[in-house]
Design a protein around this ligand. Structure first.
Ligand code: NDP
Length: 328
């Protein structure tokens, strides 16, 4: 038996999340079983802990789109009992049971061995948000971003993706301009390495002029919507924006002028179906380039019992930094 946060759907279509004891016989198919140690709370988890936003297909459901733990049984030659592993995405926690449980079963193809320098707790302090932040930094570097090129803008900076992106960019020697709608997070963001704080309202208005002053050498955008549209017109010549999130909306009320006249690049960042080699590269870079003391400052500790409230909080944009759920 193992403990899990289970979401049930009643006859009226309402969902209810509660702790349950489950028999291991109910675990989904998969060739590797993991003793989950830590998980975290992402926007998608907020959706899946509630009515699901269309992500969950069958109930009862165990959410949790990422987890870290140790292998407890394996029919996959690449994984031995006791190996520390991390899982991000692959629609685990959406269309199959996820990490809000003491035990999870998945395919070995979905798992990445944790680098020695990263503990299972740190892996979930990083979580999908941090791993995606690293994918974004790599994408900007692959498109020519180097330290000294000018400030790199991070939107939604006090959130999970933004916090980790800020810390990594600062460690790599970039100036970081952090966009936040929460002025009270200024001290937190400066401690992570932000050199400039940009109030959200300053950059959230609809595009009036397709090109503005060339301000940013790169951007990691967790917000989308009017803010991303506005940022495109503020990029330096040839600079790139990594589009990660939609905390401010899925629309893009932009013009194509920044692409045509300034050679701006809009880089799409998907973490969920990412090929294995990219995942390994990102986790190795996190081990090298994310200051673990800064990571610790982002951690908000939680347990499985806290999840229904935390899920509701993240949907309202009220979670700061990285929630680490101790599953044991
Ligand atoms: P968080 O909720 O932790 O952070 C989002 C931040 O965005 C908030 O903290 C807030 O930052 C800002 N924000 C919220 N609402 C608005 C708004 N209406 N207008 C402008 N800014 C807003 O989420 P995560 O960091 O975990 O994820 C960020 C986004 O990235 C989400 O949309 C998520 O779905 C997406 N994502 C995408 C992935 C991918 O594979 N592409 C993987 C992981 C996440 P502040 O208070 O500082 O303003």
């Amino acid at each position: 038996m193992f403990r899990a946060m289970v979401v049930e759907k009643d006859e009226d279509g309402k969902t209810h999340a509660a702790m349950q004891q489950l028999d291991e016989a109910r675990l989904p198919d998969g060739n590797v079983t993991v003793a989950v140690e830590y998980s975290t709370v992402n926007y998608k988890d907020g959706l899946c802990l509630g009515p699901g936003g269309g992500l969950v297909k069958t109930y009862p459901h165990v959410p949790g789109i990422d987890f870290a733990g140790t292998v407890s049984a394996s029919d996959d030659a690449r994984f031995a009992v006791g190996d520390p592993v991390v899982l991000n995405g692959w629609r685990v926690g959406e269309i199959r049971w996820g990490g809000y449980a003491e035990t999870a079963r998945v395919d070995g193809d979905m798992l990445v061995h944790l680098p020695d320098a990263i503990t299972t707790r740190q892996a979930m302090a990083i979580g999908t948000a941090g791993y995606t932040a690293m994918l974004s930094v790599i994408a900007l570097e692959d498109h020519g971003l180097v330290p000294g090129a000018g400030p790199v803008l991070v939107t939604g900076a006090a959130g999970g993706v933004g916090s980790v992106a800020t810390a990594i960019l600062a460690k790599l020697g970039h100036e970081v301009a952090a966009v936040t709608g929460r002025p009270e997070t200024e001290g937190y963001l400066r401690d992570l390495g932000a050199t400039q704080i940009v109030p959200r309202e300053q950059i959230n208005e609809t595009v009036k002029r397709p090109l503005e002053a060339e301000s940013w050498a790169g951007c990691i955008d967790a917000v989308g919507g009017p803010m991303l549209a506005r940022v495109l017109g503020q990029m330096k010549y040839g600079a790139s924006v990594a589009a990660v999130g939609l905390a401010g909306g899925a629309g893009l009320p932009a013009t194509v002028i920044p692409f045509l006249l300034r050679g701006v690049n809009l880089l799409g960042i998907d973490s969920v179906m990412r090929p294995h080699a990219d995942r390994v590269r990102a986790w190795e870079r996190l081990a090298a380039d994310l200051p673990m003391d800064k990571l610790e400052a982002m951690v908000v500790p939680a347990t499985l019992d806290d999840l229904p409230k935390l899920g509701a909080d993240i949907l309202k944009g009220q979670v700061r930094g990285r929630v680490v759920v101790d599953v044991r």
